[in-house]
Design a protein around this ligand. Structure first.
Ligand code: M6R
Length: 346
């Protein structure tokens, strides 16, 4: 059932190019739902864990590409925000399992006043029976407790949503290129395994990203915590100098997400400040980036990947990094301690 792979997690990561294609085939359905939306002037996303991070990518995309005020709220905190719900608000629920208790509870509150959309992987799950509209993410069953391919499929749905909502044909066209880039990246697995071997005994990691890739940093750090039991912290690149820089030294590897694009130079400068403190750097960037040539540990990407689409591809490298560190440490990445695949208590 693991199809020749050692663990479900790595099998599921290798399924990602196909998952992207399968989810893209839902495009017409997403378009139909967007046409049915009532008038709204604000969007809330509500989710937990990895689905929360996918929602954050949605927030950055909608705010920057369409200009609709958008906010992401953790499902377990949603009840404190309910007074602001109204019939001009669209509330989007992201959940792989469709059974997360916090998310279901929030949906029950939201639907009393606002239009609701659920983006779900498991067909017929509880949440699909409550929401006004449902989009399926088409990732197939995910067995590993750590969410990987379902995160990718949630992002694809969000890009489709943003494409249709913002009538942005460019995004929709560019999405078609993503499966090929994902295949290319999976070919660089060995390089990531070497980095994992080198850093497996570190006690803390920082993950730094800006804009669309701030959520990538958060999700990379969550994967690390969940399956390696190493402390990992995701941070917006520009925020480090407001506190955490004080604790950066040579014992803390810093993973810098540095795709080419409008935020490149600022992120680069932030990473230089960290490097000056003696931290080891693991940089994710474009293969033709001359500014990072002297960095020893790099994970390189196709330079043509559009910065808007980088969250879909750069996270794959961080999933692999966490996976290989977990295996190096002798942990079973499929079954992290204390965690369940779906969390059905509040
Ligand atoms: O099924 P859901 O998407 O609602 O699950 C939400 C979280 O419990 C889940 O994403 C969790 O954070 C993952 N195990 C992370 O890998």
């Amino acid at each position: 059932e693991k199809g020749g792979y050692d663990h479900f997690m790595i099998k599921e990561i290798y399924e990602e190019p196909q998952v992207i294609k399968d989810t893209l085939s839902e495009a017409d359905k997403v378009h139909e739902i967007v046409k049915k939306f009532k008038k709204f002037d604000r969007i809330y996303f509500v989710a937990c864990g990895t689905s929360y991070h996918a929602s954050l990518v949605g927030e950055y995309l909608i705010e920057s590409q369409i200009g609709i005020p958008t906010e992401v709220i953790l499902a377990s905190e949603f009840e404190y925000f309910q007074k602001t719900l109204d019939d001009h608000t669209l509330v989007i629920f992201l959940t792989q399992s469709g059974e997360t208790a916090d998310t279901i509870k929030a949906l029950k509150i939201a639907k009393q006043k606002s239009e609701t959309l659920a983006i779900v992987n498991v067909v017929g799950s509880s949440i699909t029976r409550e929401a006004d509209h449902v989009i399926y993410t088409r990732a197939g069953p995910e067995i590993s407790v750590a969410a990987t391919k379902t995160y990718i499929s949630q992002l694809v749905c969000i890009y489709l949503l943003v494409g249709y909502l913002g009538e942005n044909q460019e995004i929709l066209t560019k999405l078609e290129e993503v499966p090929e880039y994902a295949e290319e990246l999976l070919d660089s697995e060995n390089q990531i395994e070497q980095i994992a071997k080198k850093y497996k005994d570190s006690k803390d990691f920082f993950y730094i990203g800006r804009g669309f890739n701030y959520p990538t940093a958060l999700e990379g750090a969550l994967k690390l915590k969940e399956i390696t039991y190493i402390h990992g912290e995701g941070y917006p690149a520009g925020e480090l100098k407001h506190g955490p820089l004080a604790l950066i030294d040579k014992n803390i590897p810093v993973v810098g997400i540095l795709p080419p694009g409008s935020s490149y130079m600022k992120t680069y400068n932030n990473l230089e400040e960290i490097r000056a403190r003696g931290a080891d750097m693991i940089i994710l960037g474009a293969s033709d980036d001359k500014m990072i040539f002297d960095i020893e540990d790099k994970i390189l990407f196709d330079p043509d990947i559009d910065e808007i689409l980088a969250p879909l591809l750069y996270i794959i490298a961080l999933q692999l990094l966490a996976y290989f560190i977990s295996v190096e440490k002798g942990i079973d990445p499929d079954k992290p301690k204390n965690l369940a695949k779906s969390v059905t208590v509040e």
